[in-house]
Design a protein around this ligand. Structure first.
Ligand code: WTA
Length: 637
């Protein structure tokens, strides 16, 4: 574990000491960096597992990201780069005006505090504008990644009972037009509770408008640009973001306002050491949590200038990101290991032919970063002068939980380690029964204290919230990740400990995918697992048992299943391989042995299966294993 020493920011030992002695007072102090309409009566109401931060305080997310920056109204907030080469600059004044106008549009359509609004948009400025307009009036936004299919959107809209859906005629992706409006028509056709669909004309492709549909431009044409921000309770829900878990149904992670904003304000400052002159560029799509927290709320809370890119990172070629960094003189670049692995594959010549000298800080998020990719990032992109922060967190945590913090303290970096936890958090690595384990031993990551960015609950399902995150260990949050701590106390994140897959950094639940496969009329059973992949981190392998007497050609079946997965979930859930098998390896209690499937798919030996969990029938498993190996062999021949 080599170390890289860079002088990072100022040492602020006091902050950590303060946080350790009284984490509630510590977060209370951080909350004072925000603008509150009225101060809280109680900093934390902890009724495990439900935390309410800054109870009695009133605040508004849109006010804190826009109104307070009107003293520098002409500073660019968003430098928008279209996939097709178009570009736009939106100043803090422009954002403020647009958000107020759109908030008035929502109000004119009868939207009230607490109503849900689904947003299904490509990476265009109207996406953050819509989110902040919801926040301004206390409506709860629920953004759905624009790669999801109609069936996946339908589930989410039905769960949130959204009154309004905001979409575009289309979105550009690798030069093609994705017809988003058509997807929304299909997704909402059975829902009378969706009162209106607002359509932004991005691509000007032909669309059919029904009586529910309204055009963004027409609505914005003649509407007041003044809308006073609502004074909302600190615990008022800001958004729902659906994410995959271990059960079939996506979970609606619900975030509040005052605590969430405090977490983001603090981590954005500490991790990115943000300065007024910085140009920040995060490559995440706003449809995922990284985009919510570190493209919309974090940077705008600080009045920062950021680049927002509409399209695919390798379109028209793999130099697009470097070209953008050069064009906008980006100083802070935050991306994913999957993107870096892809860039690395194209060699050093491309990034070396651009001027990347403005960069001063690099970040990584979403999956473990392999040390060799870390080193490439450090050397080729950062020219050995930019620290890399490897930030571990989740949709549920709201903001970063483990990361180096150049804006706070100087510590040596270790390629592949997230380093230490954010101050004010109590994070440990424990064994199966919850005891802290010795250094350098793999265990489960847990969080022992509530923290301000934590989810309020799962939308409409407190029981599931309790069960998924708080039942494995008493009064400890269980994120579902393996980790170890080295002798210096640094955390090394070692991937998911549960049935959640991470493909290109996107979360996909095995159960969600399996239930989609099983809903095909010829399929009896299915199990999916992830296997390591050089580029995507992990790829999906599906094992499928057909119903008896199915005689259909497996090539046709495979095609049908792939289409079904794309239609029901989206292209990101497409398996790399589908194996048709006679049986799945199961324990005596009927649990599918994923560990075994993984070994099979990885072409590994399974070792001593007599020790397999739950006393599985050894001889039966052995024969299933051999049968599976044969099917795989047959397929690769
Ligand atoms: C994984 C993304 C290793 C982890 C912000 C976590 C990481 C899941 C890292 C959450 C990292 C995220 N190193 N693994 N730096 N960051 N993960 O909800 O397994 O899309 O539980 O949030 O991503 O994924 P999510």
């Amino acid at each position: 574990m080599s170390e890289i020493n860079l002088g990072l920011g100022n040492n602020d030992i006091v902050t950590r000491k303060e946080a350790e002695s009284d984490f509630i007072a510590f977060w209370e102090k951080q909350a004072k960096n925000l603008s509150w309409f009225s101060t809280w009566k109680k900093p934390l109401d902890w009724n495990p597992p439900f935390a309410k931060w800054f109870v009695g305080g009133t605040i508004n997310a849109s006010y804190n990201t826009l109104d307070i920056h009107q003293n520098k109204a002409n500073k660019p907030a968003i430098l928008w780069e279209g996939e097709n080469g178009e570009s736009k600059i939106l100043t803090y004044k422009d954002m403020w005006t647009q958000v107020q106008k759109f908030a008035n549009v929502l109000k004119s359509l009868g939207v009230q505090k607490g109503d849900r609004i689904t947003i299904y948009l490509p990476m265009i400025p109207e996406l953050p504008i819509s989110m902040l307009a919801c926040a301004r009036i206390g409506a709860i936004h629920t953004v759905i990644f624009s790669g999801f299919s109609a069936a996946a959107i339908k589930d989410r809209i039905c769960d949130s009972k959204s009154k309004i859906v905001i979409t575009a005629d289309g979105g550009y992706r690798r030069g093609n037009i994705i017809k988003l409006k058509e997807v929304i028509d299909e997704a909402t056709k059975d829902f009378d509770f969706v009162q209106n669909v607002i359509v932004i004309e991005r691509t000007k492709n032909k669309i059919i408008l029904s009586s529910k549909d309204m055009l963004w431009n027409e609505l914005m044409n003649d509407i007041s640009d003044t809308c006073i921000a609502e004074k909302l309770d600190s615990t008022h829900p800001l958004y729902i973001l659906y994410t995959s878990g271990t059960t079939g149904k996506p979970k609606g992670v619900l975030h509040g306002t005052g605590g969430y904003l405090t977490h983001l304000y603090s981590t954005f400052k500490w991790a990115f050491d943000i300065k007024d002159s910085d140009i920040f560029f995060c490559t995440a799509d706003i449809g995922w949590v990284t985009g919510h927290s570190y493209m919309v709320y974090g940077p705008l809370l600080h009045g920062a200038t950021e680049v927002m890119y509409e399209g695919a990172p390798d379109f028209p070629d793999a130099s697009r990101m470097w070209e953008i960094i050069q064009k906008y003189k980006v100083t802070i670049f935050y991306t994913t290991p999957t993107a870096l692995r892809m860039f690395m594959k194209f060699g050093d010549e491309l990034p070396n032919s651009f001027d990347l000298s403005t960069l001063r800080l690099l970040g990584s998020v979403g999956e473990p970063i392999n040390p060799e990719v870390w080193k490439w990032y450090f050397k080729i992109i950062g020219k050995e002068k930019c620290p890399i922060i490897d930030t571990w967190w989740q949709t549920e945590t709201g903001g970063m939980m483990i990361s180096a913090l150049p804006g706070l303290e100087t510590i040596p970096l270790k390629p592949g380690s997230g380093t230490r936890s954010i101050p004010g958090l109590d994070i440990s690595v424990v064994d199966e029964v919850g005891n802290d384990i010795p250094p350098n031993t793999k265990g489960y990551l847990v969080i022992k204290n509530p923290w301000p960015g934590m989810l309020l609950t799962l939308w409409g399902d407190d029981a599931k919230y309790r069960d998924v995150y708080w039942s494995k260990y008493k009064n400890c949050y269980y994120p579902g990740d393996y980790a170890l701590r080295d002798i210096d106390g640094y955390f090394w994140l070692l991937g998911r400990a549960d049935d959640v897959l991470k493909v290109s950094g996107h979360r996909i639940g095995t159960a969600e995918l399996e239930s989609c496969i099983v809903s095909h009329h010829n399929v009896a059973e299915s199990a999916v697992c992830g296997i390591p992949d050089e580029l995507k981190g992990e790829v999906i392998i599906a094992f499928v048992v057909l119903k008896q007497n199915v005689t259909k050609d497996t090539l046709i079946l495979e095609k049908e299943l792939l289409i079904k997965i794309r239609n029901d979930i989206g292209a990101i859930a497409t398996p790399k391989q589908i194996y048709f098998v006679a049986k799945l390896p199961k324990t005596r209690s009927g649990k599918i042995m994923r560990r075994l499937l993984k070994s099979i798919a990885n072409n590994e030996t399974i070792g001593d299966i007599s020790t397999l969990e739950d006393g599985a029938a050894v001889s039966e498993i052995q024969s299933v294993f051999e049968e599976l190996q044969k099917s795989i062999q047959k397929k690769s021949d």
